[in-house]
Design a protein around this ligand. Structure first.
Ligand code: ZN
Ligand code: ZN
Length: 401
């Protein structure tokens, strides 16, 4: 449990952000204690809206049910950028034992969205105080990042028509990286998230008279093995993909061959070509295995979240801002992408932009996100908030007379 201190001595913390450190911790602990899940973040959204109003921002609520957008204008330019945080918690029973532990049983801020919300609020407060930019900053607080695609709903409800940002930026804390470092890359950073359900229907029979039936267990055993050949035998070795069967459901007792079997799982990819290839091969394998054992099978394949793909120019801007805050030695500009997925991807499909990881690790034993013992690292609040302010002011420069 030896805690590794911050790897960096942050070099350019925005003074107005540094002054908010204690307040940020208090906000973060309050949010952590009152977690709400997808599209039910009403108390959280009210907290955010109240704070934004108190900083003097124009506030819009009700996008994607519980989303909030704060608008801060300075100067006369109509150039606008969007900065986005997520509001939601997870269905997890918290086991941290901290004083600000969840008061809502079975719900927990185990992904650090309490920290993300806090950092973006602090950036809004600091920028409103500084007025050191010319243009419009949209502070986007989206609901339902986990599983339910609140980012997609916001885009579909006209987020960028109502708030025409030229580019949009996102950030996630990353406990696997040392606290106070950043990582980002142009191109894909996180994978697309697809799900599939395969239903094979054979013919039930007495297990002792198997010749009278059509055994869907055999279908499953062959199909699961064959699905693993898609990545190993069909994908170019430089392309990436994951096919995971995660559920098998069939059978009730010892001596009955069931009629039906259901397989479920997930596919992760970085490119749409690979995604299409995997779906096509999956359908081929399922049809083939069903034919082999003289039964029928169907595939339901659903594309949930696209890959999170950063644009070239905005990634360069994000790198500049991160370097300005923590120094080049603490910014990884070519991290290995992860196959986890992120619904900020929907905003990046609508606008150019960049999603970055903010290192939040406190040593090798730091619980990772989605762990019941995870807690957001408060020491990085001022680093993330300073990154937001630095990025926005760099993107919306004030022309000095
Ligand atoms: Zn998460
Ligand atoms: Zn998250």
């Amino acid at each position: 449990m030896s805690g590794i201190p911050l790897r960096v001595t942050p070099m350019n913390i925005v003074p107005e952000v540094a002054a908010l450190d204690a307040e940020m911790r208090a906000w973060r602990h309050h949010l952590h204690a009152h977690p709400e899940t997808a599209f039910e973040e009403t108390v959280t959204a009210a907290f955010v809206a109240d704070k934004l109003r108190s900083f003097g921002l124009e506030v819009h609520t009700g996008l994607a049910k519980t989303g909030v957008v704060g608008v801060l204008q300075s100067g006369t330019a109509d150039t606008a950028i969007g900065l986005r945080a997520d509001l939601d918690a997870l269905h997890i029973h918290e086991q941290t034992g901290v004083a600000h532990c969840s008061r809502n049983p079975g719900r927990m801020h185990a992904c650090g969205h309490d920290g993300h919300t806090t950092m973006l609020l602090a950036a809004a407060k600091a920028m409103a105080a500084r007025r050191n930019f010319d243009g419009i900053a949209y502070f986007i607080f989206q609901p339902a990042e986990e599983n339910e695609g609140g980012g997609r709903v916001m885009v579909e409800e006209g987020l960028f028509d109502r708030f025409p940002a030229r580019a949009v930026y996102g950030m996630h804390n990353w406990p696997r990286m040392p606290a106070g470092t950043f990582a980002m890359r142009a191109g894909p950073l996180m994978g697309a998230y697809d799900i599939f359900e395969i239903v094979a229907t054979g013919k039930g029979a007495h297990a002792a008279m198997a010749y009278q039936g059509k055994d869907p267990m055999l279908f499953a055993s062959h199909a699961i093995s064959a699905l693993q050949t898609i990545v190993s035998r069909n994908l170019h070795p430089q392309d990436a993909g994951v096919v995971s069967v995660t559920q098998v459901h069939a059978g009730e007792t010892w001596n009955v061959i069931p009629e039906q079997i259901v397989l479920r799982g997930t596919v992760r990819t970085f490119s749409e070509d690979v995604q299409a290839l995997i779906e096509r091969r999956m359908r081929g394998i399922v049809d083939g295995a069903a034919a082999m054992f003289d039964m029928t099978a169907t595939v339901r394949y659903e594309r949930r979240y696209p890959a999170t793909v950063n644009s070239e120019r905005e990634t360069a801007y994000a790198m500049d801002a991160a370097v300005a805050v923590v120094g080049a030695a603490n910014v990884d500009t070519n991290p290995t992408p992860e196959m986890g997925s992120e619904d900020f991807a929907f905003m990046l499909k609508a606008r150019p932009g960049c999603y970055v990881w903010l290192g939040a690790g406190q040593g090798p034993d730091t619980p990772n996100i989605h762990n019941p013992r995870y807690d957001f690292n408060d020491d990085v609040l001022r680093i993330g908030a300073s990154y937001w302010v630095t990025l926005a002011e760099q993107q919306l420069p004030r022309v000095r007379a």
